[in-house]
Ligand binder design. Structure first.
Ligand code: HSE
Length: 318
């Protein structure tokens, strides 16, 4: 019986300057598989198996797993379309830490929906899948935002449009930028990290946010990457969230002093990222963050690029 296997990469939400509307996929340069994997095959009854380094941190019980919720949602949409359905057995390889700011829930959700879509001969197009992925992400984090699911699914750097007919557009990225990421090892819940933010922003902050995002998009399209890096500042979340991240200010100071072009919180943290335009600086910053920002044995640090492709269908030996 055929097994469909899909890998979905880690991602950076917000990218500092685009709260809830900008995201980028990640691939470590050393070939590490930094993303969850979901397998689907036909079965008599639904079943979910979980394994992988972070499986033990998931809420116990099949019914509480996001992959089961994805399956239920996908089947409902299939029935609405009048498509034939059957039960499947699913396996989640949980490679990303939970509450890390690396788009861990998005990675499980994206891998699950894409594996189901491939298994059922692609009944939904990318935009329809993205809407479903956003809805499930919203169930976990408390509000619908696509800044992790979109880059995780489609790859590259993606900007959300607010239009349901075309949820996201792709932005050009600098071919010379390295993205150093460091997960400290502690867990920060996205909904808690959203709850500490003010419900309204003042006029000056709104103007800075809009100016930076506009300049950033212009700079990427005109390949002025120095200008792009100069506006990568988080005026919405970082001032509040950094209190949840021990060692954040020191990590920023070190990275920027060592040639970092920009530094910020990945998603809702605690992962941080530094942007560099050469491999030596990136590796030097990675080593420092690994030694100084990591708090326990779960933490790690990688030098990454932004891959053009998001999900990857992997061959399974039967
Ligand atoms: N944009 C989201 C946030 C990313 O910052 O809350 C985390 O899912």
């Amino acid at each position: 019986m055929k097994t469909t296997r899909v890998y979905a990469p880690a991602s950076i939400g917000n990218v500092s300057l685009g709260f809830d509307v900008l995201g980028a996929a990640l691939t470590p340069v050393d070939g590490t598989e930094l993303g969850d994997v979901v397998e689907v095959k036909e079965a008599d009854v639904f079943g979910l198996t979980v394994s992988g380094p972070f499986a033990h941190k998931l809420p116990p019980g099949e019914d509480n797993n996001i992959v089961t919720l994805c399956y239920a949602h996908f089947m409902e949409e299939m029935v609405k379309l009048g498509k034939p359905v059957h039960h499947v057995a699913m396996t989640l390889y949980k490679n990303l830490p939970i509450g890390s700011g690396l788009g861990s829930s998005a990675s499980s959700i994206v891998a699950a929906f894409q594996a189901l879509n491939v298994h059922f001969d692609r009944p939904f197009d990318d935009n329809q899948l993205l809407l479903m992925m956003g809805e499930l992400e919203g169930q976990i984090s408390g509000s619908i935002h696509y800044d992790n699911v979109a880059p995780c699914f489609l790859g590259g750097m993606t900007l959300m449009t607010g239009d349901k007919d075309q949820v996201t557009v792709s932005l050009p990225v600098s071919p010379s930028w390295y993205w150093v990421i460091c997960y400290s090892g502690i867990s920060v819940s996205t909904s808690a990290a959203r709850d500490i933010l003010p419900k309204e922003v003042d006029m000056a902050t709104a103007l800075t946010f809009g100016r930076q995002l506009g300049v950033f998009v212009h700079a990427l399209h005109s390949q002025d990457f120095t200008l792009a890096a100069s506006v990568m500042n988080d005026v919405i979340a970082e001032p509040y969230r950094k209190s949840l991240l021990p060692g954040f200010d020191e990590a920023r100071s070190f990275s920027m002093a060592q040639g970092g072009l920009a530094f910020g919180i990945s998603g809702s943290g605690p992962t941080v990222f530094a942007v560099c335009d050469n491999a030596e600086n990136a590796e030097f910053i990675r080593e420092w963050l690994q030694a100084n920002y990591v708090q326990n044995e779960d933490g790690f640090s990688h030098v990454c690029r932004i891959p053009q492709k998001g999900t990857v269908e992997q061959q399974v030996k039967e």
